[in-house]
Ligand binder design. Structure first.
Ligand code: ZN
Length: 286
């Protein structure tokens, strides 16, 4: 599933091509739930002739801002691909929505599994109301190490989850998913099963530094493509070649040579190095 770096890559690719363009029409819409809660005809009418002001990202959401304050909020979910085509291109096998632009280009939304969404948010609706509760952006300039430590302290009093589960909780911190949570914890040398209350200030600081580093590295590599993720032009990311532990079960840790192990934490497959990330001082829940 695309996470922050993949969505950031798509947004950075789309922004210069979409900003200032107008939508001529929706020429293809073959899976109505994609544009839920609007009906297909209402979606077509809502976006027709709209001018695109900007494209931005919040958590794992792509926000196409329209002049006047309305927006199209995209979520790729499992297999969604939002791509820019400079010339008119026939619908692909999994094309759900195709939007025609005033320069003859097209915006295609392809989605094999059909869980992805393009939601229209009218100008008089608050954008935040179209999104679930989301924690801070991990790469925001004003999100400091002290802010992260404060989040950890608060969460440790409310359920005291394991660090892997906390990093996946979008209402705690937004944008990380299974890949970058595992990668960050390996870089930080923190076991994914550690409960928040057992983490030292030094470990919390290392986790903060680590998720910043793995997210920035992946953005620089245009994201991680295992199967379905594509950038805004249909290209593959290359960060899969730089992963430390994710989906490397049995392969040697790059830092110590110990085989990477896979366990399940909170229902999610989790990859770690038992040598670099020892399980110490896990507090037993009463
Ligand atoms: Zn290791």
């Amino acid at each position: 599933m695309p996470e922050l770096p993949e969505v950031e890559t798509v947004v950075n690719g789309l922004r210069p091509h979409l900003s200032g363009r107008s939508i001529v029409q929706v020429s293809h819409l073959d899976w109505p739930p994609t544009v839920h809660p609007l009906e297909p005809e209402a979606f077509r009418q809502a976006v027709q002739d709209a001018q695109i002001a900007d494209v931005s990202r919040r958590a794992k959401y792509i926000i196409i801002h329209l002049q006047g304050g309305a927006a199209i909020v995209g979520h790729l979910r499992m297999t969604g691909q939002l791509t820019y085509h400079a010339q008119s291109t026939a619908p692909g096998r999994f094309s759900r929505v195709i939007i025609e632009l005033d320069n003859g280009a097209q915006l295609h939304f392809d989605d094999q599994r059909k869980f992805g969404r393009l939601r229209y948010v009218a100008a008089d609706q608050p954008l935040a109301g179209a999104l679930p509760a989301l924690g801070p952006e991990p790469l925001a300039e004003d999100f400091s190490r002290a802010d992260f430590a404060a989040l950890i302290a608060r969460k440790s009093l409310r359920g005291n989850p394991r660090i892997k589960q906390a990093l996946l909780d979008q209402s705690f911190l937004s944008g990380l998913g299974n890949i970058y949570a595992d990668e960050a914890l390996h870089l930080a040398r923190v076991h994914p099963m550690r409960q928040l209350r057992t983490l030292s200030d030094d470990e919390i600081g290392r986790v903060y530094d680590a998720f910043q580093q793995v997210l920035r590295q992946s953005i620089a590599n245009n994201g991680t493509t295992f199967s379905d993720y594509r950038d805004a032009f249909g290209g593959h990311g290359s960060n899969q070649n730089s992963l430390r532990v994710y989906q490397r079960t049995g392969q040697p840790c790059a830092d110590c040579g110990t085989p990477i192990e896979r366990i399940v934490v909170g229902g999610r497959g989790t990859h770690y190095c038992p040598q670099c990330q020892p399980l110490v001082e896990v507090q037993v829940e009463s």
